[in-house]
Design a protein around this ligand. Structure first.
Ligand code: ADP
Length: 425
């Protein structure tokens, strides 16, 4: 570790020096105020790294969070230059500069990372970025350390005491903002969930009341028992989805990373939905390019996304309709589309279909659902560095598109550990 030095300033340059420092602190204040007002965690993480880079005048910055369950750090955000292919790469606590900062709970400045035995080289291999110098600080709240912010490659000269002070102040504000935003999101989701639970609970109460009537004909009793069963199933599905979306939205979902062959995954999903499609006389057509390479991702979660899209394509289709699944390689990306011949989505509803709890109003009655499937799918795909979108035409059908980055790690001889994006609870 090199000492954090205080630069020698010539007396004639003192004025300018202090005016520069003042300017940087004024900017820190502006950026901190900005962070405090952001409630979306993804946007917040991004702003924190951008602020870290700007304040310390360096080439790149990153934010790593600590996952207590598996005792490691993982990249949660990075500025553009570093971001490429980084995903949520895992970093060990015992053999990395970030790990050292986290464990010792103090800042560290490394002038020449390549000469430092703690430097974790895999990150440079993945991002193709060349790290020279690192200034890292822990991100602490009152009672715990959430992770580490690192500024990388000072643009002119070396990181100094002023950079360290600024980054430490920023980290303090960042930690508070992350905690606030996490709390806010949790309370928001809880309120919405409780609201959504009201409908099935009202139905169940009504059924329970009716079932108690001694004069109820047997046939009615049977009907009510069926309704009861359906509503309980609905509640069950809802609670699973609630848990899933709340974990995803507060960054507590654990994602595993492994090469996933989407072609095989599609076949598996088709087995699951085939019976449902046959019941409705819906034809399933598959068109998979031979040249596709795997994606790097969480197999079960990607399967969950595919199943949701396929189920929707059948559920919102018409009797005797068709679903076409296409998968092709386009450069470094995999393109998946699921096209149906269903009722389509009204133009004004399209911007909302990925919102949680949103269901196109008139469709609610004839197809069961929670309105969470697409919101969950969007979160999962974005966590894989991908995008999901939809095009639709009323009475003609809808096509959902997924773009995912191909797995490039198999070409680089590096093996990122399973990252587990978790926010401190
Ligand atoms: P759910 O199906 O549980 O309601 P989703 O989040 O999967 O929830 O979908 C949200 C809404 O988007 C659905 O309620 C439906 O109105 C609309 N939708 C989704 N997929 C399709 C589709 N393939 N065709 C027509 N509408 C769809």
């Amino acid at each position: 570790m090199s000492d954090l030095e205080t630069q020698e300033i010539k007396p004639e340059n003192l004025d300018q020096h202090y005016s520069e420092i003042l300017h940087r602190y004024a900017r820190l204040l502006e950026l901190s105020t900005d962070l405090a007002s952001i409630l979306d965690l993804d946007i917040l993480f991004r702003r924190i790294v951008d602020a870290a880079r700007e304040l310390t005048e360096c080439e790149a910055a990153s934010l790593l969070l600590y996952d207590a369950k598996d005792d490691h750090l993982f990249f949660q955000a990075a500025t553009d230059l570093l971001e490429e292919g980084l995903g949520r790469t895992s970093v060990p606590t015992d053999n990395s500069i970030a790990g050292w900062i986290f464990i010792h709970n103090e800042p560290l400045l490394v002038d020449d990372a390549l000469q430092d035995p703690r430097f974790f080289r895999e990150v440079d291999a993945i991002t193709r970025f060349q790290t020279r110098s690192i200034l890292g600080v822990p991100m602490r709240t009152k009672d715990k350390t959430l992770g580490v912010i690192e500024a990388i490659n000072k643009e002119n000269g070396r990181f100094d005491q002023e950079d360290r002070n600024l980054l430490e102040s920023l980290a303090l504000q960042a930690a508070i903002s992350i905690e606030n935003s996490t709390l806010f999101q949790q309370s928001d989701i809880v309120a919405e969930m409780v609201h959504e639970l009201r409908t099935p609970l009202t139905a169940l109460t009504a059924v329970a009341n009716l079932l108690q009537r001694p004069d109820l004909p047997n046939e009615q009793r049977l009907n009510l028992a069926r309704t009861l069963h359906t509503e309980v199933n609905r509640l069950n599905g809802m609670t699973t989805d609630f848990l899933e979306i709340s974990r995803l939205e507060t960054g507590r979902t654990r994602f595993y990373r492994e090469p996933v062959h989407l072609g095989g995954l599609i076949e598996e999903c088709l087995q699951v939905v085939r019976a449902q499609a046959e019941e409705e006389g819906i034809l399933l057509e598959v068109n998979i390019d031979r040249s596709i390479v795997p994606v790097q991702g969480d197999r079960n979660r990607l399967k969950q996304v595919l199943l949701n899209l396929l189920t929707n394509a059948i559920k919102y289709n018409q009797i005797g309709g068709k679903v076409v699944i296409r998968l092709k390689q386009k450069g470094e990306s995999l393109l998946l589309s699921i096209e149906d011949t269903g009722r389509g989505i009204p133009e004004e509803a399209i911007p909302h279909v990925f919102d949680r709890f949103y269901r196109v109003p008139d469709q609610e009655r004839d197809a069961p659902g929670t309105g969470l499937g697409l919101a969950i799918a969007k979160r999962i795909i974005e966590s894989h560095g991908g995008t999901i979108s939809v095009e639709s035409e009323i009475d003609r059908g809808s096509t959902f598109f997924i773009r995912l980055p191909s797995d490039t790690s198999h070409r680089m001889d590096t093996k990122p550990l399973s990252p587990h994006p978790r926010l401190p609870n």
